[in-house]
Write a protein of this length. Structure first.
Length: 202
Protein backbone atom coordinates (compact mmCIF):
# COMPACT_ATOMS: atom_id res chain seq x y z
CA UNK A 1 0.00 0.00 0.00
CA UNK A 2 1.16 3.54 -0.67
CA UNK A 3 0.15 7.16 -1.07
CA UNK A 4 -0.44 9.38 -4.09
CA UNK A 5 0.85 12.94 -3.90
CA UNK A 6 -0.64 15.45 -6.34
CA UNK A 7 0.68 18.88 -7.29
CA UNK A 8 -2.05 20.66 -9.25
CA UNK A 9 -1.63 23.08 -12.13
CA UNK A 10 -0.67 22.96 -15.80
CA UNK A 11 2.86 21.86 -14.88
CA UNK A 12 1.67 19.64 -12.04
CA UNK A 13 2.42 15.99 -11.46
CA UNK A 14 1.32 12.94 -9.49
CA UNK A 15 3.60 10.60 -7.54
CA UNK A 16 2.95 7.19 -5.98
CA UNK A 17 5.18 6.24 -3.06
CA UNK A 18 5.12 3.07 -0.95
CA UNK A 19 8.20 3.67 1.19
CA UNK A 20 10.74 2.54 -1.41
CA UNK A 21 9.23 2.72 -4.88
CA UNK A 22 8.31 5.98 -6.60
CA UNK A 23 6.25 6.16 -9.80
CA UNK A 24 5.30 9.53 -11.18
CA UNK A 25 3.68 11.17 -14.17
CA UNK A 26 2.92 14.63 -15.48
CA UNK A 27 -0.64 15.56 -14.55
CA UNK A 28 -2.70 14.60 -17.65
CA UNK A 29 -4.69 17.28 -19.45
CA UNK A 30 -7.08 17.31 -22.39
CA UNK A 31 -8.43 20.52 -23.89
CA UNK A 32 -7.23 22.53 -20.91
CA UNK A 33 -8.91 20.33 -18.29
CA UNK A 34 -7.57 17.51 -16.12
CA UNK A 35 -8.09 14.29 -18.06
CA UNK A 36 -9.90 12.01 -15.60
CA UNK A 37 -9.97 9.02 -17.95
CA UNK A 38 -6.21 9.20 -18.41
CA UNK A 39 -5.75 9.66 -14.68
CA UNK A 40 -7.72 6.46 -14.09
CA UNK A 41 -5.54 4.59 -16.58
CA UNK A 42 -2.37 5.78 -14.85
CA UNK A 43 -3.48 4.86 -11.35
CA UNK A 44 -5.98 1.98 -11.54
CA UNK A 45 -3.38 -0.66 -10.55
CA UNK A 46 -1.85 1.37 -7.72
CA UNK A 47 -2.72 0.13 -4.19
CA UNK A 48 -3.66 3.49 -2.69
CA UNK A 49 -3.92 3.98 1.05
CA UNK A 50 -4.35 7.75 0.77
CA UNK A 51 -4.41 10.58 -1.78
CA UNK A 52 -2.86 13.91 -0.86
CA UNK A 53 -3.73 16.95 -2.97
CA UNK A 54 -2.01 20.28 -2.50
CA UNK A 55 -4.62 22.95 -1.81
CA UNK A 56 -5.06 25.55 -4.53
CA UNK A 57 -5.58 29.29 -4.26
CA UNK A 58 -6.12 32.03 -6.81
CA UNK A 59 -4.39 35.39 -6.98
CA UNK A 60 -5.54 38.77 -8.34
CA UNK A 61 -2.98 38.45 -11.13
CA UNK A 62 -4.62 35.22 -12.37
CA UNK A 63 -7.56 37.00 -14.00
CA UNK A 64 -11.12 35.72 -14.19
CA UNK A 65 -10.49 32.97 -16.73
CA UNK A 66 -7.36 31.77 -14.97
CA UNK A 67 -9.08 31.70 -11.57
CA UNK A 68 -12.06 29.80 -13.00
CA UNK A 69 -9.82 27.24 -14.72
CA UNK A 70 -7.80 26.69 -11.54
CA UNK A 71 -10.96 26.12 -9.51
CA UNK A 72 -12.50 23.85 -12.15
CA UNK A 73 -9.49 21.55 -12.37
CA UNK A 74 -9.01 21.52 -8.61
CA UNK A 75 -12.64 20.48 -8.23
CA UNK A 76 -12.26 17.75 -10.83
CA UNK A 77 -9.26 16.36 -8.98
CA UNK A 78 -11.06 16.42 -5.63
CA UNK A 79 -14.09 14.63 -7.08
CA UNK A 80 -11.87 12.02 -8.73
CA UNK A 81 -9.88 11.47 -5.52
CA UNK A 82 -13.06 11.05 -3.46
CA UNK A 83 -14.22 8.28 -5.80
CA UNK A 84 -10.78 6.66 -6.02
CA UNK A 85 -9.80 6.45 -2.35
CA UNK A 86 -11.65 6.81 0.96
CA UNK A 87 -8.69 8.58 2.58
CA UNK A 88 -8.32 12.03 0.98
CA UNK A 89 -6.20 14.80 2.45
CA UNK A 90 -6.08 18.40 1.20
CA UNK A 91 -2.65 19.71 2.13
CA UNK A 92 -1.83 23.43 2.39
CA UNK A 93 1.56 24.09 0.71
CA UNK A 94 3.11 25.49 3.88
CA UNK A 95 2.16 22.38 5.86
CA UNK A 96 4.33 19.94 3.95
CA UNK A 97 6.94 22.58 3.14
CA UNK A 98 7.38 23.49 6.81
CA UNK A 99 7.60 19.82 7.81
CA UNK A 100 10.37 19.28 5.27
CA UNK A 101 12.19 22.50 6.18
CA UNK A 102 11.31 24.25 2.92
CA UNK A 103 8.87 27.00 3.97
CA UNK A 104 10.54 30.40 3.78
CA UNK A 105 9.81 33.26 6.15
CA UNK A 106 8.49 36.53 4.78
CA UNK A 107 11.30 39.02 4.19
CA UNK A 108 11.04 42.72 3.53
CA UNK A 109 12.06 43.78 0.06
CA UNK A 110 11.41 40.33 -1.43
CA UNK A 111 8.64 40.15 -4.01
CA UNK A 112 6.15 37.28 -4.15
CA UNK A 113 7.71 36.10 -7.41
CA UNK A 114 11.20 36.05 -5.89
CA UNK A 115 9.92 34.18 -2.85
CA UNK A 116 8.18 31.64 -5.08
CA UNK A 117 11.37 31.08 -7.04
CA UNK A 118 13.39 30.67 -3.84
CA UNK A 119 10.85 28.14 -2.52
CA UNK A 120 11.15 26.09 -5.72
CA UNK A 121 14.93 26.06 -5.39
CA UNK A 122 14.69 25.04 -1.72
CA UNK A 123 12.30 22.20 -2.57
CA UNK A 124 14.63 20.91 -5.27
CA UNK A 125 17.63 21.09 -2.92
CA UNK A 126 15.70 19.17 -0.24
CA UNK A 127 14.74 16.41 -2.67
CA UNK A 128 18.31 16.16 -3.95
CA UNK A 129 19.57 15.77 -0.38
CA UNK A 130 17.22 12.81 0.05
CA UNK A 131 17.52 11.26 -3.40
CA UNK A 132 20.32 12.64 -5.62
CA UNK A 133 19.27 10.26 -8.42
CA UNK A 134 16.08 12.25 -9.03
CA UNK A 135 17.96 15.07 -10.77
CA UNK A 136 17.48 13.54 -14.23
CA UNK A 137 13.70 13.58 -13.73
CA UNK A 138 13.39 17.03 -12.17
CA UNK A 139 15.38 19.15 -14.61
CA UNK A 140 13.75 20.23 -17.86
CA UNK A 141 15.45 20.21 -21.29
CA UNK A 142 16.42 23.87 -20.85
CA UNK A 143 17.85 23.35 -17.39
CA UNK A 144 14.87 24.66 -15.41
CA UNK A 145 13.46 22.92 -12.34
CA UNK A 146 10.29 20.90 -12.96
CA UNK A 147 8.69 22.12 -9.75
CA UNK A 148 5.50 20.14 -10.30
CA UNK A 149 7.42 16.86 -10.30
CA UNK A 150 9.57 17.94 -7.34
CA UNK A 151 6.54 18.95 -5.28
CA UNK A 152 4.55 15.79 -6.09
CA UNK A 153 7.44 13.58 -4.95
CA UNK A 154 7.92 15.58 -1.75
CA UNK A 155 4.19 15.59 -0.97
CA UNK A 156 4.13 11.81 -1.33
CA UNK A 157 7.16 11.47 0.97
CA UNK A 158 5.58 13.79 3.55
CA UNK A 159 2.25 11.95 3.35
CA UNK A 160 3.86 8.54 3.74
CA UNK A 161 5.75 9.79 6.79
CA UNK A 162 2.55 11.16 8.32
CA UNK A 163 0.67 7.89 7.85
CA UNK A 164 3.51 5.76 9.18
CA UNK A 165 4.51 8.15 12.00
CA UNK A 166 8.12 7.65 10.98
CA UNK A 167 10.84 10.16 10.31
CA UNK A 168 12.57 10.24 6.93
CA UNK A 169 12.15 6.56 5.97
CA UNK A 170 13.57 7.37 2.54
CA UNK A 171 16.27 9.91 3.42
CA UNK A 172 18.96 7.28 2.91
CA UNK A 173 18.67 7.72 -0.84
CA UNK A 174 17.55 4.14 -1.48
CA UNK A 175 14.62 3.92 -3.83
CA UNK A 176 13.50 3.08 -7.32
CA UNK A 177 12.18 6.01 -9.33
CA UNK A 178 10.16 5.63 -12.50
CA UNK A 179 8.91 8.48 -14.67
CA UNK A 180 6.57 7.27 -17.36
CA UNK A 181 5.45 10.60 -18.83
CA UNK A 182 1.96 10.71 -20.35
CA UNK A 183 0.14 10.79 -23.64
CA UNK A 184 -1.54 14.18 -23.32
CA UNK A 185 -0.31 17.56 -22.11
CA UNK A 186 -1.90 21.00 -21.66
CA UNK A 187 -1.51 23.56 -24.40
CA UNK A 188 1.88 25.24 -24.22
CA UNK A 189 3.39 22.46 -22.11
CA UNK A 190 5.93 20.01 -23.44
CA UNK A 191 5.76 16.30 -22.80
CA UNK A 192 5.46 12.88 -24.30
CA UNK A 193 5.60 9.22 -23.50
CA UNK A 194 8.80 8.45 -21.70
CA UNK A 195 9.79 5.73 -19.29
CA UNK A 196 12.99 6.03 -17.33
CA UNK A 197 14.12 4.30 -14.16
CA UNK A 198 16.70 5.18 -11.58
CA UNK A 199 17.72 3.33 -8.46
CA UNK A 200 17.40 -0.27 -7.38
CA UNK A 201 14.89 -2.93 -8.22
CA UNK A 202 11.39 -2.72 -6.92
Amino acid sequence: MGVLGIDCGKTGAICFHDGTFFRFYDLPYKDGEVDILELNKLTFQLPLEAILIEEQATFPSDGRVGAFTTGLNYGRLLAWAESRCSNLCRVPPRTWQKALGIALKHQKGISAQQRKKATKAAAFATLQAMHPQTAEFCIGPRGGIKDGTVDAILISIWGYNELRNTYWPSRNGIGCFEYAGLSSTPKGAKGGQRSRRSGGKR
